[in-house]
Design a protein around this ligand. Structure first.
Ligand code: IPD
Ligand code: CA
Ligand code: CA
Length: 264
């Protein structure tokens, strides 16, 4: 891992927070207004709010770090010969946003030399700001957070999400939903993967799994989970990667029980 001095770290973290807050304010202004909407698939929408939020965040990051790479959901990657790559979801939970359902987030992560370095996830309707810098703990606003200490699946609350398309992943996940549901206290599917993971990081859920997510959905939250003491893997217990398209996140205590259900 490349050496990053405190001044640079502070500037990058500060920029991520300012950009998330500016984007959050923009989303609140646009919430419950009439929006122009395009469809990327059957139920997969992109609205003027997604695009405006993305433009704002990219501008703020480029102003401070013109040489860095930027991967965002709604435009082609900005490629540069740099080890620093910002990974951004300008509006995670677009369907919720369009319907005025208040579970949506702004997610801004920074990868350095192929490893997640910091992450910021803002829930604009509650002003909850989840954040972490690698090796420095995870926070909800200014409060340090950690995953739950629930020991067994039978005492756990879980969360998942479903893909937009009614594809093989969708039907497989319906089966997994049934299996998990019968073994735990409940399964939630609020519709923002970034927030789901942050809820796990602060102990509101004990486990989360989902297929088919993109790096921008989980990059920022993955470092928040790790710093909160959580465990990340694929569905076979192998190494996690934000590029792998399957994620199991737990409080560490229920990993084996969840892997058993995912395997069968
Ligand atoms: C979606 C949300 C949702 C997940 C979908 C994602 P978007 O992101 O994270 O929880 O189930 O797979 O695509 O499209 O609202 O940014
Ligand atoms: Ca997303
Ligand atoms: Ca999005």
């Amino acid at each position: 891992m490349q050496f990053i001095d405190e001044i640079l770290e502070k500037k990058m973290f500060g920029t991520a927070i300012l950009a998330a807050q500016a984007a959050g304010n923009l989303l609140i202004e646009k919430l419950n207004t009439t929006l122009s909407i395009d469809f990327k698939g059957r139920a997969n929408m992109v609205t003027e709010a997604d695009l405006a939020s993305e433009n704002l965040i990219v501008e703020m990051i480029q102003r401070e770090f013109p040489d860095h790479q930027i991967l965002t959901e709604e435009r082609p990657q900005i490629e540069n010969a740099s080890d620093f790559k910002w990974i951004i979801d300008p509006l995670d939970g677009t369907t919720n946003f369009v319907h005025g359902f208040p579970m949506f987030a702004v997610s801004i992560g920074l990868e350095v030399a192929d490893q997640m370095y910091l992450g910021v996830v803002l829930h604009p309707t509650t002003n909850e700001l989840f954040s972490a810098i690698r090796g420095k703990g995870a926070f909800l606003n200014k409060q340090s957070i950690s995953v739950s200490s629930v020991e067994t699946l039978s005492l756990s609350l879980l969360a998942t999400g479903f893909p937009y398309e009614l594809d093989a992943n969708f039907f497989h996940n319906m089966e997994l939903f049934k299996r998990f549901y019968s073994k735990c206290q409940g399964v939630r599917r609020p519709g923002s993967a970034a927030l789901d993971l942050c809820y796990l990081a602060c102990g509101r859920y004990d486990g989360f799994w989902e297929f088919g997510l993109n790096p921008w959905d989980i990059a920022a939250a993955s470092v928040i989970i790790t710093e909160a003491g959580g465990q990340l893997s694929d569905f076979h217990g192998k190494d996690f990667s934000i590029y792998k398209r399957e994620i199991l996140a737990t409080n560490r205590k229920i990993t084996d029980e969840m892997l058993n259900i995912l395997k069968n």
